[in-house]
Design a protein around this ligand. Structure first.
Ligand code: Z5A
Length: 209
């Protein structure tokens, strides 16, 4: 029996970390075995790559280098952690995955979406998340939350227009494939956001049974 693969996405400060805890509690309540992980990162090698990607000193990083580093970290993550877990029936809860690559490197940086698709096929084969939660927020509000938290990383230092394009990318992907994605308005109070998330998870499990 294969585990289910759940991913959580959105622009900066949208509340992924906060709401992943809500999903983890939902899994705990049902006695579902899972691992919680993140991208870029999730393995020792992946976390080193994450360090390179987020380091503000790497201002001159080419967009294509950024893209390849994302997929390098992902290849390691899949082989070392995600696939072995799914194969023994453990669910995987992942903070960002390939939708982020389409949104940030594709829509945000303007890289060719067909190139991303080819890398996706090379690295993942036909493995895709079963359910993707996209937390949606006006980037200006998200960035005000992030700024209140402290120092900004290389991505967080981008202009608002960049995050507008990233957001548009996520919304387009969600509307193209409504059966896999659930788009939740993340500007609402946390309790309301979490009510929507729990309803979406219940519907996902109901549909998967
Ligand atoms: N990236 C990429 O470009 N391509 C890829 O393929 C992948 C990633 C996989 C690192 O990701 C970067 O990698 C990311 C995209 C790029 N860009 N950046 N930066 P990350 O996920 O680690 O970084 P992040 O998006 O900045 O996540 P974050 O900073 O941890 O934010 P968050 O998890 O979404 O938010 P949070 O920490 O849960 O919440 C932020 C604050 O808002 C916090 O104080 C909360 O208490 C508050 N909050 C949350 N929800 C609410 C509500 N509903 N109301 C009020 N306040 C709230």
């Amino acid at each position: 029996m294969k585990g289910k693969f759940i991913t959580v996405e959105g622009t900066e400060g949208v509340g992924k970390t906060t709401n992943i805890q809500c999903i983890a509690s939902w899994l705990d309540e049902r006695g579902i075995a899972y691992i919680s992980t993140r991208e870029p990162g999730g393995t020792a090698l992946g976390e080193k790559i994450r360090g390179l990607l987020l380091d503000k000193e790497n201002t001159g990083m080419a967009a294509s280098a950024e893209l390849l580093l994302m997929f390098a970290a992902r290849a390691q993550h899949l082989e070392e952690k995600i696939i072995p877990a799914l194969e023994v029936g453990t669910w995987v809860l992942c903070d960002r995955f390939t939708d982020a690559t389409y949104a940030y490197q594709g829509f945000g940086r303007g890289l060719n979406l067909e190139h991303i698709k080819r890398l996706e096929a090379l690295v993942q084969g036909d493995l895709h998340p079963d359910f993707t939660l996209i937390l949606d927020i006006d980037p200006e509000l998200g960035m005000s939350r992030v700024r209140a938290r402290g120092e900004l990383d290389r991505f967080e230092s981008e202009a608002l227009e960049f995050f507008d394009r990233v957001r548009a990318g996520y919304r387009e992907r969600a509307s193209d494939n409504p059966s896999r994605y659930c788009l939740v308005d993340a500007s609402s109070p946390l309790a309301v956001v979490q009510e929507h998330i729990v309803a979406a998870l219940n519907a996902f499990v109901g549909g998967a049974e």
